[in-house]
Design a protein around this ligand. Structure first.
Ligand code: 4NP
Length: 153
């Protein structure tokens, strides 16, 4: 059965859609896409129904990565429907952990899979400049590599 992964940030329009798209891109290239079911969600609901931020989509597209997700808010059913939830920053981790209560879902900070030491949070690029989006993509690329390695294929 496919492993079910959910990437989570605050708005679900910048970081978690990018993480989802990078992960999908990598597993397609490796020919292992059928091993995973992947989605993303936000802890907040302000952007529900919207495509990802155009700046994030443009930055990803320059790397050949298409971000096509539509924002949604995380809900309690997600804790039954997913095996592993990957949070982008410490606030997301706290919020998701509080909602998950004693469900059995596994929650991990996304950057716990990155090899660069010392960076715990994927910075929120929403109010910053262009370079913030590139930084996010670089961090997520590294973390997705580590995640795939950790998952064993
Ligand atoms: P994200 O970025 O959590 O990476 O999707 C944000 C996007 C929008 C807002 C916050 C974070 N906002 O407050 O509108």
């Amino acid at each position: 059965m496919a492993m079910r992964l959910l990437f989570v940030c605050l708005g679900n329009i910048c970081r978690s859609p990018a993480a989802e798209a990078i992960f999908l891109h990598k597993i397609h290239h490796r020919g292992i896409a059928d091993k995973y079911f992947v989605d993303s969600a936000g802890t907040g609901g302000w952007h529900v129904g919207r495509p990802a931020d155009s700046r994030m989509r443009a930055a990803a597209k320059r790397r050949g990565i298409v971000i096509s997700s539509i924002a949604r808010q995380i809900d309690l059913q997600d804790f039954e429907n997913f095996d592993l939830i990957l949070t982008m920053d410490s606030d997301n981790f706290k919020d998701v952990s509080r909602l998950a209560k004693q469900t059995k879902v596994n929650i991990k900070p996304m950057l716990s899979y990155a090899k660069s030491d010392g960076i715990v949070d994927v910075p929120d690029p929403y109010y910053g400049g262009e370079s913030g989006f590139e930084d996010v993509l670089n961090l997520l690329d590294e973390a997705c590599e580590g995640l795939i390695e950790d998952l064993g294929c």
